[in-house]
Each structure stands twice: as structure tokens, then as C-alpha cells.
Design a protein around this ligand. Sequence first.
Ligand SMILES: [Zn+2]
Length: 163
Amino acid sequence: MAASQRFLCDGMLGSLTRWLRLLGFDAAYAGSTASDEEVLARAEREGRLLVTADLALVQRCLKKQVPALLLRPATKEEQLLILLTHSGADLDPARFLTRCTECGALLDKVGLADVADRVPDGVRTTHTDFWKCPDCAHVYWQGSHTTEIEAKILDLARALARG
Ligand SMILES: [Zn+2]
């Protein structure tokens, strides 16, 4: 994946981080306690596009030639479109829902036996496909991945990917 398709979202952009992971991108979240220096250094070290709502941080990135994108308050759909346009990131539906939305790791497909104790009764009897995060052990099944707004983002992305 090109460097332009790896992202580091700053502390104000937690939900954007989740959508990028839903869409299969390698998206890291800076957290709300990291300083500007730490965030900038991490973007540079890991070769990520720094995505932020902080103009001063973007100006610091420009000085150090670290790629950065300033996202102004907008609807979630608009922010996503701006980011995709700016980064030139490819939308590939085959990558959608392949990452953990909590931590960003690529999910492993597992059997019911591997996750039976982590899945509600109603789900255990109606689902056969499960995925587990190798890093944080979060368990997913068909339909568990998305909230309502995230499902809308996925629909938008699928429409864009079709062209
Ligand atoms: Zn995880």
C-alpha cells in the first residue's frame, strides 16, 4: 500500500479513524494525550499522512515536509470525500471490513469454536462466519462491524468504488 494510503488521525478524529479502518485502510489514531511533536514525529517515522483539524499542526508539518491534510469541520461524508480526494487512496470493496475498528489490525477468520464464549446466544445460532482481532481479541460477525452511520459510509464508499 502506498504511503499516501496510510493515515495517522489526530486526537479529534477518532470516528474518522474507525471509518478508515472499516474501509480497510491502515489508519492509526494518535490519541488525545499525544503532543503535537509526538504526533508529527510518528507520522514521519511510520510514513503516514497526518490528518488533523489543527491548522498550527499542519503548518509545522509543512515546515518539516511531513505530508499532512487539514480537515475542517464538515459532515462525516464530506470529510471522507476530502480525504480520499486529497490522498488519492484507492477504494477496494474487497478490503472493506477486513480490519479491527478498535485497533486497526487485520482480522483473522475463525470458527465458532474459537469465539463461542465471546458471542451472544442469538448470534451463535444464526451466524457461521466469525473474525477475531489478533491484537486486541475483539470478535466480529456479519453485521457486528458497523453502526448506522458507519453503514452509510460503507454504502457511500461502495458507490464511489463502482465509479
Ligand atoms: Zn483489534
